[in-house]
Design a binder for this molecule. Structure first.
Ligand code: HEM
Length: 418
């Protein structure tokens, strides 16, 4: 049973489309709309809708990269996603890595990077590979499973909790909170749900930080509360906001990408065969999965000065959004962009953004998606849909929250010793 086909949005209806509305993304295929914008209106002024201010929409790969590269003229300090930018800014601005610019951003990033080098991540990635195989073995043993909930939901959250030092007993609670805080597994999220979940996450990390101040361990929370941080200790808010950002940044995007990988492999049997036979490498497949799924649809910035973009006058203070969902399908950069091609070479996708705010967790995310591809390649002989899937409702995240699949175990597969 294929996943539900979403009706295409007709570019002629552009003036009535509200790109800030989660349902627009969850319930429609926007490919034709993005193509129209890239070719006809690459710097498009999105009208005011529902009492929210208008904003600029950039869709070409070159323009998206140019804005992301230029933090001086396009700041993240007033928020980096539509939801916060259209409602008066991000309360964590200047405190949380993704919404801080200039020197404070460089200082914070330099320290956090210590926990994200291949060497520092080696034990976390080893544990990701082990637990991914175990989860896949269990799912394959059952034959049918919801890949989203029974496999993917457990992988990135475990990795980021390992990094942050969140105890095993709290992980299910943390997973439930992250789903409510960002998108929604059950249709449209209410503002109250989102707000409560965000606050509960902040409270949780305030307590964990207090514990680590008393008794430091070898984890990121202990690093953030330690005096060894730059030339001054971080404030309480800086600690909890950055824990929050690592948790949300590290969990749902990676999860949606690995779920989308399985969906795409089922929909493209030739690519599944190429992966299984070893005709394409897991590294190359991972990059195409990242391009194809594009779990983070857009990044948002604010213009710090009046400027001209492709002949359009952008005023200081205007909200400028860049749509990776479109840039990753730009025919000026990708040969046959609408084709899922695991062997694609020179894959310049922007799924992890670009420039100063390039995703801090890109190496970890690639390793996690790679572990899933490696696992299904070694263990499964057949993959098929086993029921209807459902999508997340979000204007920022894209993908499936539910993906029932049938999997057959490859008779040649022998479980590894644990
Ligand atoms: C497939 C998975 C992932 C995708 C698609 C993704 C995407 C992104 C994007 C687009 C940005 C830039 C946002 C902006 O321009 O405003 C970003 C930044 C960031 N990501 Fe990721 N991310 C992923 C996984 C992760 C993981 C696993 C972690 C951590 C464990 C993480 C932590 C962060 C952080 C901390 C930033 C802010 C970096 C900065 O501002 O300097 N991400 N990510």
């Amino acid at each position: 049973m294929p996943t539900a086909v979403r009706p295409s949005l007709d570019p002629d209806t552009l003036d009535d489309v509200d790109l800030a509305d989660p349902a627009v993304h969850a319930e429609h295929d926007l490919s034709a709309l993005w193509r129209h914008l890239r070719t006809e209106e690459p710097v498009y002024r999105h009208p005011e809708t529902g009492g929210r201010p208008g904003f600029w929409v950039l869709t070409r790969h070159a323009d998206v990269a140019a804005v992301l590269r230029d933090s001086a003229r396009f700041t993240s300090e007033r928020g980096n996603v539509l939801d916060t930018l259209l409602t008066g800014g991000d309360s964590a601005a200047g405190k949380m890595l993704a919404v801080t610019d200039g020197e404070p951003h460089r200082d914070l990033r330099t320290v956090l990077l210590k926990s994200f080098t291949p060497r520092a991540l080696a034990p976390v990635i080893e544990s990701v590979r082990r637990s991914t195989r175990q989860l896949l073995e269990e799912a394959l043993g059952r034959g049918d499973c919801d890949f989203a909930r029974e496999v993917a939901a457990n992988i990135p959250i475990a990795a980021i909790c390992d990094l942050l030092g969140v105890p095993a007993k709290d992980r299910a609670y943390i997973l439930a909170l992250t789903s409510s805080a960002l998108g929604s597994d059950h249709g449209l999220p209410t503002e109250a749900d989102t707000w409560t979940a965000k606050n509960d996450i902040l409270l949780y990390f305030a307590e964990l930080a207090a514990d680590r101040r008393e008794k430091p361990l070898d984890d990121v929370v202990s690093l953030l509360v330690s005096d060894a941080f730059g030339d001054r200790p971080l404030t309480h808010d800086e600690v909890v906001f950055n824990c929050y950002s690592l948790l949300l940044g590290g969990d749902e995007t990676t999860r949606l990408s690995m779920i989308g990988a399985i969906e795409a492999l089922i929909e493209h049997p030739d690519q599944w065969a190429a992966l299984r036979s070893g005709a394409v490498s897991v590294e190359s497949a991972t990059e195409e999965v990242l391009r194809w799924t594009t779990p983070a649809l857009h990044s948002g910035r604010t213009a710090t000065e009046d400027l001209l973009l492709e002949g359009e006058f952008v005023e200081e203070g205007d909200v400028v959004t860049v749509w990776t969902a479109s840039a990753n399908r730009d025919e000026a950069v990708f040969d046959r962009p609408e084709v899922f091609d695991l062997a694609r070479s020179g894959n310049r996708h922007l799924s992890f953004a670009y420039g100063a705010h390039f995703c801090l967790g890109a190496y970890l995310a690639r390793a996690e998606i790679g572990a899933v591809l490696e696992g299904v390649r070694a263990m499964a002989s057949e993959l098929s849909f086993a029921g209807p899937s459902s999508r997340v409702y979000s204007n920022f995240l894209s993908g499936l929250s539910q993906l029932p699949v049938s999997v057959s175990l490859d008779p040649r597969y022998r479980p590894a010793e644990r």
